[in-house]
Design a protein around this ligand. Structure first.
Ligand code: FAD
Length: 506
């Protein structure tokens, strides 16, 4: 008896920006090719948002999962290494600290490092800053980089890294990759979205050419337009601009300068902050600001005077609002990327959120011929909320814990009412040195620690278990750790030398 082959599920991805092509390549790699047909529609006329150069270490997992060769990818996208973000002037105007991709210290006697550090400080030991116990911070300050080693006994295993890259080139790279693996690309502007009268599901997209594309399941990667989930399905928007008031960005590339720093710089300004992201062939710069406290001309002057190389184009203005859709999965549509939400560029979380949506979707993807079980969308939306809400709290922390008195934006964010979930985290850290330690999503405990300390939030107590280590022993261990970090730098190549060697033509 012949078994009839199950019908394939027709998945249509709307949009070919970073979100669309990350979705397409991830689904092409991870879903069984004989069960799903993947089509991506993008419009050359509309184009992409064209920004988004800084990433988080998770992007390496994404690339590795696809089997992408790191050197090939770095050559194709002009990528450099990102070991963290240097925050300048976010607490006091003269302060600087690094949020590193790596751990602070190591646990002793089963107790997390920050408790020992807090105890040392509260006991009068000159323990310095948490920053002194991070190998990634030391690498940033010295401008060095080499791949982390596998041996967990070595200090050189205590960090991870991400990339700065040209997001447009990354989307092109993934487009070529996806096309070679069976994703069909359709160029054209979608003019009409048809829905089934009974289920409300999207059934067909009509292009300006008059052609129609039918599908069973749709992934909305149409950027800020949110054509399907925000548009056709009318899923409401949760506005968070009262917590994250920046709503404009001016972006401009500038020429490369030396040294090639292995980190992003985020400098607080009167009405927001500027970014500086070094790529191999240029530096990406931008001013993220609140239109309530700064006009476009003033923002332009602030941005141009912050450049440390010649500007290569006219600054480009982008408008946005912080928030997310109430649900990312509605009916037979899932939003990913800007169409699902945006939390401003601070801490570069957008590309991570695309990646998280892709992996969550693969895990919950409806099977061909089985309809769409509403429990799948409920679970996807639960994960989506967790991802966005955790990032939101972390970003708000950077603003609200500031000492920039007398500047209207900074006075406003310092005195605004914050989410209860963030208030709880702050109180807990102040009372016990405990920091969030999520198994899912962003951000890690060490990320929270770096921003707590950097923004002047200090613990007044610590876990009692830390008292088991005799104080002279604690002092010796702290000093030993600082020495191991210093010694670990010896012989490491500069970031520029690493890039030149690693990315040399094969
Ligand atoms: P887009 O790039 O806008 O793509 C939308 C796609 O949909 C395009 O292909 C478009 O042609 C298509 N489309 C839209 N309407 C139609 C239609 N009617 N018919 C056919 N096609 C259509 N993220 C980070 O992770 N790190 C950063 O450092 C970072 N910096 C940022 C700085 C700024 C100022 C901003 C605004 C964002 C930043 N982001 C950053 C976010 C990042 O840019 C986006 O998450 C990422 O580029 C994904 O965008 P997207 O693919 O969702 O949308």
């Amino acid at each position: 008896m012949r078994v009839q082959a199950a019908k394939r599920l027709r998945v249509v991805i709307v949009g070919g920006g970073t979100a669309g092509w990350m979705m397409a390549s991830g689904l092409a790699k991870l879903l069984p090719a004989d069960a799903y047909d993947l089509t991506l529609i993008e419009s050359d006329e509309i184009g992409t948002v064209g920004v988004g150069e800084a990433t988080l270490p998770h992007i390496k997992l994404f690339n590795d999962r696809l089997g992408i060769d790191e050197a090939e990818f770095m050559r194709a996208t002009g990528a450099t290494i990102k070991l963290g973000i240097e925050f300048v002037g976010w607490n006091q105007p003269t302060d600087r600290y690094i949020h590193p991709f790596g751990v602070f210290g190591e646990p002793w006697a089963g107790v997390d490092f920050q408790h020992h550090w807090a105890r040392a400080r509260l006991s009068g030991i000159d323990a310095g800053s948490l920053q002194d116990y991070s190998f990634a911070v030391a690498l940033c300050r010295a401008g060095l980089f080499d791949h982390p080693v596998v041996d967990t006994q070595s200090i050189r295993s205590s960090f991870s890294y991400a990339y700065h890259f040209d997001a447009g080139l990354y989307a092109e790279f993934l487009r070529t990759w996806s096309n070679a693996r069976g994703v069909t690309r359709v160029e054209g502007r979608i003019l009409d979205v048809a829905r089934d009268g009974e289920s409300g599901h999207v059934t067909r997209l009509t292009l300006a050419s008059g052609d129609g594309i039918e599908g069973d399941f749709f992934v909305d990667c149409s950027g800020f337009r949110s054509l399907l989930v925000g548009g056709a399905m009318q899923v409401p928007w949760c506005d968070w601009s009262h917590w994250l008031p920046c709503d404009r960005a001016l972006a401009v590339p500038s020429g490369s300068v030396t040294p090639l720093t292995p980190y992003t710089r985020a400098t607080a300004r009167k009405a927001g902050w500027t970014w500086r992201i070094p790529l191999q062939h240029r530096i990406g710069n931008g001013y993220v600001f609140s239109s309530r406290w700064c006009g476009e001309e003033e923002a332009r002057e602030t941005l141009l005077s912050a450049l440390d190389g010649p500007g290569l184009a006219e600054p480009r203005l982008l408008r946005f609002a912080a928030g997310r859709r109430a649900r990312a999965w509605e009916g037979n549509c899932v939003a990913a990327g800007l169409s699902s939400g945006f939390l401003e560029p601070l801490e570069s979380t957008s590309i991570f959120l695309i990646q998280a949506a892709m992996f969550d979707l693969v895990g919950l993807m409806p099977r061909p011929g089985g309809g769409i079980d509403p429990r799948l969308s409920t679970e996807f939306n639960r994960l989506f909320e967790i991802h966005y809400d955790r990032v939101r709290d972390f970003l708000i922390l950077h603003y609200m814990a500031n000492s920039r008195h007398g500047e209207p934006l900074w006075d406003h964010v310092r005195s605004m009412e914050m989410p209860d979930s963030l208030m709880h985290k702050l109180d807990l850290f102040r009372e016990s040195a405990a920091a969030p330690d999520y198994k899912l999503g962003l951000f890690s405990r060490d990320s929270w620690l770096s921003v707590f300390e950097g923004q002047g939030v200090m613990p007044g107590a610590y876990a009692r278990l830390a008292d088991h280590l005799p104080l002279p022993e604690l002092e010796r261990r702290l000093s030993d750790l600082r020495g191991r970090i210093r010694d670990g730098l010896s012989g490491m190549p500069t970031h520029a030398d690493f890039i030149a060697g690693h990315c040399a033509a094969p």
